[in-house]
Design a protein around this ligand. Structure first.
Ligand SMILES: Cc1cc2nc3c(=O)[nH]c(=O)nc-3n(C[C@H](O)[C@H](O)[C@H](O)COP(=O)(O)OP(=O)(O)OC[C@H]3O[C@@H](n4cnc5c(N)ncnc54)[C@H](O)[C@@H]3O)c2cc1C
Ligand code: HEM
Length: 357
C-alpha cells in the first residue's frame, strides 16, 4: 500500500539511531528493498503460532550470524520496526497493539538469539569456499564445484546461502546438487536470472580459485527415509540440484525404492545436466529419468508443460513426491498431482522463488 516508503522509513530510522548496523547491509540497498522489513513484520505477526514457527526461527537465528547480527542489534531493529508500524498505521496504532507487537518481537528475537548463541559454540558464522571447477553448460547455466575450509554437515535436498566478494553482502540461496562427501566438496547448479545481482556472477563470473562465503544449511526438502514408498522427483530447470542430491542419497541405500525423475525445461538446450542423469540411470536399475521440454517442437522426447508430462506418465498416489523449481511450475505440479489424488502430505516441495521469464 505504501510501496517503497515502508522500507525507506524503517532503514533510515534504524541507520540514524544505530549507524553501526549500516555495515551489515549491502552497499546498494536497491535489491534489498523490503526483504527484511516485510519478512520481519510477517514473522512477528505470526508469533501466536510460535511452537510451529520455532524450528524456522532457530534456523533463521543461526543464519543471521553470517550477516554479523549480534544480540545487541535485536532491540535496535525492534524499535525501528515499531516506529515504522506506528508511522504507517496512524490512529489505528493503539498502545495495546504496540504492546502486543513488542512482546511478540521479544519472543521471536529470543528464539533467534538463543539459537545463534548455541550455534556459535561449534560452528563458524560462515564457511569459506574455493571454486575447484566451473563449467558453463549453456550461456546462462553453470555447474560448479567448491571445497569448504571446514566441514559443513547438511542433508541432501538442503540449501545454503552464498556471497561473493564481487557482490559484498548480497546473500542468495542455492541447493547442494550432491549428497555429502568426505572431501568437503559440493556441487551447485546456478541459472542466471535477468538482471540478477548474484546469479550473474555465479553463472558467468566465477573462475577456478575464486572464493565464496557460505552460510549454514537450511531447508526441509529432505528425503523421508521411513516411508518405504516409491519416489517421484519433479525438477524444473536448476530445481534439479536438490533432487539430484536426493537421488545420490537413495543410491547409498541397501534397498532403494523405485525412483522416477522428471527434468523439465523450456527448450532442449536447457537440459544442462541430462548426460549426467542418463549415466546415473544406466548405472541404477531403480532409476528412470524422463527429460521434458515445453516450448521446443523439434524435441524428440516428452513435450509439454512439466505437470502435464508427469500426469500423463502414471498414477502417482502411492508415491512420495519431491518437487523443486520456479514458483509457477511448483504450484502447477502440486495442483495437478493433488487433483490426481496424491495426498498433499506425500508432496514435499521447494520453490526457487523466481518464475520463468
Ligand atoms: C531455498 C532456495 C534454493 C535455491 N536454489 C537455487 C539453485 O540451486 N539454483 C538456482 O539457480 N537458483 C536457486 N535459488 C534462487 C536464488 O536464490 C536466487 O533467487 C536467484 O539466483 C536470483 O538471485 P539474483 O541475486 O541473481 O537476483 P536478484 O538480484 O535477487 O533479482 C534480480 C531480478 O530478478 C527478479 N527476481 C529475483 N528473485 C525473484 C523472485 N524470488 N521472484 C520473482 N522475481 C525475482 C527480481 O525481481 C529482480 O528483478 C534458490 C532459492 C531458494 C529460496
Ligand atoms: C526478530 C528479528 C528478525 C527477524 C524475524 C529477521 C528476519 C529476516 C529475514 C526473513 C530476512 C530475509 C532473509 C533472506 O531473504 O535471505 C532477513 C535478512 C536480513 N536480516 Fe534479519 N531478522 C531479524 C533481526 C535482524 C537483526 C537484529 C539484524 C541486524 C541488524 C538483521 C539483519 C539482517 C540482514 C543484514 C539481512 C539481509 C538483508 C538483505 O540482504 O536484503 N536482522 N532477516
Amino acid at each position: 500500500m505504501h510501496g517503497d516508503a515502508v522500507p525507506l522509513f524503517f532503514y533510515s530510522d534504524l541507520f540514524l539511531r544505530h549507524p553501526e548496523t549500516r555495515d551489515l547491509f549491502p552497499v546498494s540497498m536497491v535489491t534489498t528493498r523490503g526483504r527484511l522489513v516485510y519478512a520481519l513484520a510477517r514473522i512477528v505477526s505470526q508469533a501466536d503460532n510460535l511452537a510451529e514457527l520455532e524450528p524456522f526461527l532457530q534456523s533463521l537465528g543461526r543464519d543471521h550470524r553470517k550477516f554479523g547480527a549480534i544480540a545487541e542489534h535485536f532491540p535496535a531493529v525492534g524499535t525501528s520496526l515499531l516506529a515504522t508500524l506506528a508511522h504507517f498505521n496512524g490512529p489505528a496504532w493503539t498502545p495495546r497493539l504496540a504492546d502486543d507487537w513488542k512482546a511478540a518481537y521479544g519472543l521471536v528475537s529470543q528464539i533467534m538469539i538463543e539459537a545463534a548463541q548455541g550455534d556459535a559454540v561449534n560452528r563458524p558464522a560462515f564457511w569459506q569456499a574455493t571454486v575447484l571447477a566451473h563449467e558453463l553448460r549453456r550461456f546462462d547455466i553453470a555447474v560448479f564445484r567448491v571445497v569448504t575450509s571446514e566441514p559443513l554437515d547438511y542433508l541432501p535436498g538442503q540449501s545454503i546461502s552464498m556471497e561473493s566478494p564481487e557482490r559484498p553482502r548480497i546473500w542468495r540461496f542455492y541447493s547442494m546438487a550432491n549428497a555429502p562427501r568426505d572431501d568437503q566438496t559440493m556441487d551447485f547448479h546456478v541459472r542466471m536470472i535477468d538482471g540478477g545481482t548474484l546469479s550473474m556472477v555465479l553463472a558467468r563470473g566465477l573462475a577456478v580459485g575464486a572464493r565464496l562465503r557460505i552460510g549454514p544449511p537450511f531447508g526441509v526438502l529432505t528425503y523421508d527415509l521411513t516411508s518405504g514408498r516409491d519416489v517421484l522427483l519433479v525438477a524444473g530447470s536448476t530445481g534439479l540440484a536438490p533432487l539430484k542430491a536426493i537421488t545420490e542419497q537413495i543410491a547409498t541405500l541397501a534397498d532403494p525404492p523405485r525412483v522416477h525423475l522428471f527434468f523439465g525445461v523450456r527448450t532442449a538446450d536447457s537440459l544442462y545436466d541430462l548426460a549426467d542423469l542418463e549415466k546415473m540411470a544406466a548405472g541404477y536399475p531403480w532409476l528412470t529419468v524422463v527429460p521434458a521440454v515445453s516450448d521446443d517442437p523439434r524435441f524428440g522426447g516428452e513435450r509439454g508443460p512439466l505437470p502435464e508430462v508427469v500426469a500423463r506418465a502414471g498414477n502417482w498416489h502411492e508415491h512420495d513426491v519431491y518437487v523443486c523449481g520456479p514458483t509457477a511450475m511448483v504450484e502447477a505440479t502440486i495442483t495437478q498431482l493433488t487433483a490426481m489424488g496424491v495426498p498433499r502430505s506425500q508432496i514435499h516441495s521447494e520453490d526457487l522463488g523466481w518464475s520463468e521469464p
